[in-house]
Ligand binder design. Structure first.
Ligand SMILES: [Zn+2]
Ligand SMILES: [Zn+2]
Length: 346
């Protein structure tokens, strides 16, 4: 299959926005696949990168790390993929040799490669991915849903870190796409109750199985959680929004031996009531990326009961990218995941 030599791409050149540019189609290295993008979803972290480049990506850089597409070239025939394969990809590229990688913690690799960060990403008509970070997408899986492979994997990590047991009560604070995905992923663990706190009715309504609290109408969320649990508190609290007040609600809501999962980072120091951690023997667990959950995530994506594809509320043709980013940034009452989709690529 032949492919063009140039492509449209969204380049991050300076803080505040992206620029549509024409770039050469990249060449896959011997261990990589060249993928023609069919769909790529916008992540909160893309919006943060554009606003303040917190990870210090060298510019210019094609952003985007949640993608799916069609293999159009393979770096070498032994990679296990063929031209024409539909793939979903995981943007984290462990080096496989640093100390963390050797401990089996490739997701915390100290020399981590990452699509859209140290190499060009998926907001382009083509991108390259190391073959071990790609999976064949099952037939019938919508490309925009396939693009959710990594967000689902990282949410699965947070749910696993929380070790939710049947009958337990789970609190998730934050109603962004991650909070919603984590709530859906927690359901098969048969919690007694999931309490989802956020600020947008549209988003909170995405998990009808959960008891929801809209902070706009419930000024004292901590109190409301105590009432919901008859004063017992929750077993697991997942911080899915990076704010000090959310962190305080999580810690204050945990019962003895409860687990706090810190999924959303707070930039800079935050304060935690360590006396409470001490007297209640609480556990604080970080969750960042995922430890080899790529196949498990693909399984969840294809589980109709979890309806994860419904997270993609908008599919915007690539040419409409400014609208797509505006929706992802400001459309909190109508949008969850916004996908850029490309024309028929067969
Ligand atoms: Zn992401
Ligand atoms: Zn490494």
């Amino acid at each position: 299959m032949s492919h063009p030599t140039t492509m449209r791409a969204l380049q991050f050149r300076e803080l505040g926005g992206l620029t549509e540019v024409q770039l050469p189609v990249p060449e896959p290295r011997p261990d990589e696949l060249l993928v023609r993008t069919t769909a790529t979803t916008i992540c909160t972290s893309d919006l943060n990168d554009i606003a303040c480049n917190p990870f210090g990506a060298p510019l210019p850089r094609v952003l985007g790390h949640e993608g799916a597409g069609l293999v159009v070239a393979v770096g070498n025939p032994a990679l296990g993929f063929a031209v024409g394969d539909r793939v979903a990809v995981h943007p984290v590229i462990p080096c496989r040799s640093c100390e963390n990688c050797q401990r089996g913690l490739g997701h915390l690799c100290s020399r981590m490669g990452h699509l859209g960060l140290d190499r060009d990403g998926t907001f382009a008509e083509f991108f390259c991915i190391r073959a071990d970070r790609a999976r064949r997408a099952p037939p019938g899986l919508d490309p925009a849903a396939a693009a959710l492979l990594e967000p689902v994997a990282v949410c699965l990590e947070a749910v696993e870190r929380g070790r939710i047991r049947p009958g337990e009560t789970v609190l998730i604070v934050g109603d962004g796409p991650f909070g919603i995905i984590m709530a859906r992923l927690a359901l098969p663990r048969a919690p007694r109750r999931i309490i989802l706190a956020g600020r947008h009715d549209f988003r909170l309504s995405q998990v009808p199985e959960a008891v929801t609290l809209n902070e706009k109408r419930t000024p004292d969320v901590g109190q409301a959680i105590q009432e919901l649990t008859a004063g017992a508190g929750v077993d697991v609290a997942i911080l899915a929004v990076g704010s000090q007040s959310a962190l305080e609600v999580c810690v204050a809501s945990l019962r003895a031996r409860g687990r706090l999962v810190v999924f959303s980072a707070i930039n800079g120091p935050a304060s935690v009531d360590l006396f409470r951690v001490h007297v209640k023997e609480l556990e604080i667990l970080g969750a960042c990326n995922d430890q080899d959950l790529i196949d498990a995530a693909l399984e969840r994506l294809t589980d109709p009961a979890l309806r994860l594809g419904s997270l993609v509320t908008h599919r915007v043709p690539f040419a409409g990218w400014p609208r797509a980013f505006a929706l992802a940034r400001g459309g909190k009452d109508e949008a969850l995941k916004v996908a850029l989709v490309f024309g028929d690529t067969q």
